[in-house]
Design a protein around this ligand. Structure first.
Ligand SMILES: Nc1ncnc2c1ncn2[C@@H]1O[C@H](COP(=O)(O)OP(=O)(O)OP(=O)(O)O)[C@@H](O)[C@H]1O
Ligand SMILES: [Mg+2]
Length: 262
């Protein structure tokens, strides 16, 4: 089967600063890949190159059969078409506060996919039920907890019938007691066969749910393999040091992770 994401020698620079230094990555249909690594290692940038929120500096990126970046020729694709089929969930949920939860989940369906209001509402309702919020469609997002808002953001993405879901630290802005509900929704999605690329610091989630874990540092993939291997039995010293820091935060200060606001 064709890869959902395929990257070859992807490089990305901001001015003189190279933040991705030759990434090769393939994600197959139904695969759940977790991306771990220290702050600034390039995880978000890599994710953002998948739906072209960032443009690769060089290398090839193919997503859902469309080549969106290539060294050989100017890609001739409709990026909006790719984006419509790729759901993205960020650390900040970015819900519209002047709309109800249901409206937040219908607006893109109507504007991007051209669905009728009743169709969009039915699909939104199904997905709100899927994330355990079937009774909150009329609420304003501000009336919900952070964890509930993040689940609305997931329902909003699912309502577009994505063929690929990207998650960028979806639980790291949440109070610890709210993290579990969001992770169980993601776990369920994975079990239902969704193809997922997930940046996370939740090592238990990565170990239990991911088919494959990639450890990134300094713009390269340092180590990758089955979750059990990379997390429980890392081969590279840099991976070991990182895991020691995140699994035992008292060991040494975790560089800026909790206090970062960028
Ligand atoms: N728009 C930008 N302009 C300039 N530099 C940027 C930009 N976006 C990211 N960077 C730099 O690229 C590097 C990688 O950033 P990125 O956000 O991908 O890291 P990350 O692994 O997601 O980190 P974190 O765990 O803190 O989210 C960092 O050094 C960052 O400062
Ligand atoms: Mg990031």
């Amino acid at each position: 089967m064709n890869a959902v994401i395929s990257m070859t020698n992807l490089r990305k620079s901001y001015g003189d600063l190279e933040v991705l230094s030759g990434i090769d990555l393939t994600v197959s249909p139904g695969e759940v890949v977790c991306l771990i690594g220290p702050s600034g290692s390039g995880k978000s940038t890599l994710l953002r190159c998948v739906n072209q929120l960032e443009q690769a500096t060089s290398g090839t990126v193919t997503v859902l059969g469309q080549t969106i970046a290539s060294d050989d020729h100017e890609p001739d694709i409709d990026i909006d078409d790719v984006r419509a089929r790729v759901g993205m969930v960020f650390q900040q949920f970015n819900l519209f506060s002047h709309m109800t939860v249901l409206e937040n989940c219908t607006i893109a369906q109507r504007k991007v996919l051209g669905r009728s209001k009743p169709d969009a509402e039915r699909i939104a309702q199904e997905n709100l039920e899927r994330v355990g919020l079937g009774d909150r469609g009329d609420a304003n997002p501000r009336q919900l907890s952070g964890g509930q808002q993040q689940r609305v953001a997931i329902a909003r993405a699912l309502s577009m019938d994505p063929q690929l879901m990207l998650f960028d630290e979806p639980t790291s802005a949440l109070d610890p007691e709210l993290v579990g509900d969001v992770l169980s929704v993601m776990r369920e999605l994975a079990e239902q066969g969704m193809t997922m690329l997930v940046v996370t610091h939740e090592m238990a989630f990565a170990r239990d749910v991911a088919d494959r874990v990639l450890f990134m540092d300094g713009g390269v993939i340092v180590e990758e393999g089955p979750a059990s291997q990379v997390i429980s039995n890392p081969q590279e010293e840099r991976t070991r040091q990182f895991l020691q820091r995140v699994l035992d935060p008292t060991h040494t200060p975790v560089a800026g992770k909790e206090h970062k606001d960028s």
